[in-house]
Ligand binder design. Structure first.
Ligand SMILES: [Zn+2]
Ligand SMILES: [Zn+2]
Length: 280
């Protein structure tokens, strides 16, 4: 098979142009912070953007398709039949609520469990947030998140293409909540996620709260909602800066080998809210 460079590059180039055209003007008109477009570590985040589009997302979805086929083969017909007999809208609502619930607890576990945190902390090393910072994710961390989000649909036997628009919306939303944008949400503050809420999730420390994505309701229900009426002063993970794209890919595996002796930088004990979710 001939390798077609033009069509291989079409997706990342058009995604970049689309996201730049949608988000950059809003970031300039409604900035959460004064920030240059080419701010510190922009190049690293651009590598993450390229890596995801050229390599990882394709691999992750190929793995998911394989897993989905395996689940189809082992799932009893009676279960699938009972699911399919429900009204269509009920199935959609079930899939959305289940995946929101799973991603909330799955994300909370990424912060609690040392092994998962080694990979998830890569996402948290951004010192500045904007739309391109949302792509800073270790591929194994992305596999975990995308797998969890799609798990209910796979188990219920719900065809992914029928909720494709919703999956795309969720993806754009994830980019929006990282953007350097502040928009007044008024009474919708507790219903809709926002950059303000998610930037607090990226504030220094490992367990600030705000693990939900689309709506902060799960955080409100489970007592992890945290959003003062301003953006946090400092973002990132203490002691983690200036790592290259390659460092970010390799370091989580190194940390596994060197056990927990150097875990100061991943405990987040410096943050005043570090024990907030121990009460729950
Ligand atoms: Zn997180
Ligand atoms: Zn984030």
């Amino acid at each position: 098979m001939e390798f077609d460079v033009v069509s291989y590059l079409f997706v990342p180039v058009s995604a970049f142009v689309f996201l730049y055209a949608v988000f950059t003007p809003i970031e300039q008109f409604f900035p959460a912070r004064e920030q240059k477009f080419f701010r510190r570590e922009w190049g690293t985040d651009f590598c993450f953007f390229l890596g995801q589009h050229l390599l990882w997302v394709g691999l992750i979805f190929a793995l998911l398709a394989y897993f989905s086929q395996w689940v189809d083969d082992v799932m009893p017909f009676t279960f699938r039949d009972a699911v399919a007999k429900q009204p269509w809208f009920l199935q959609v609502i079930e899939v959305i609520i289940l995946s929101d619930f799973l991603i909330y607890w799955g994300h909370r576990l990424q912060h609690r469990n040392d092994f998962l945190w080694r990979f998830h902390s890569v996402h948290h090393t951004s010192k500045d947030l904007d739309w391109i910072a949302s792509f800073r994710e270790h591929p194994l961390d992305a596999l975990y998140t995308i797998g969890l989000i799609n798990l209910p649909a796979i188990i219920l036997g719900f065809p992914l293409h029928s909720i494709a628009a919703f999956i795309a919306f969720r993806g754009i939303w994830a980019i929006y909540i990282h953007s350097n944008i502040t928009l007044p949400l008024g009474p919708f503050r507790l219903l809709l996620g926002s950059p303000e809420i998610h930037h607090w999730h990226h504030a220094m420390g490992r367990d600030v709260g705000n693990y939900a994505n689309l709506s902060p309701l799960m955080d409100v229900i489970f007592g992890t909602h945290y959003c003062p009426a301003h953006f946090p002063d400092e973002l990132g993970v203490k002691g983690r800066e200036g790592e290259s794209y390659l460092d970010h890919m390799i370091n989580p595996f190194k940390s596994v080998k060197s056990s927990d002796h150097n875990s100061d930088t991943i405990k987040g004990e410096d943050h005043p809210h570090h024990d907030r979710d121990h009460h729950v």
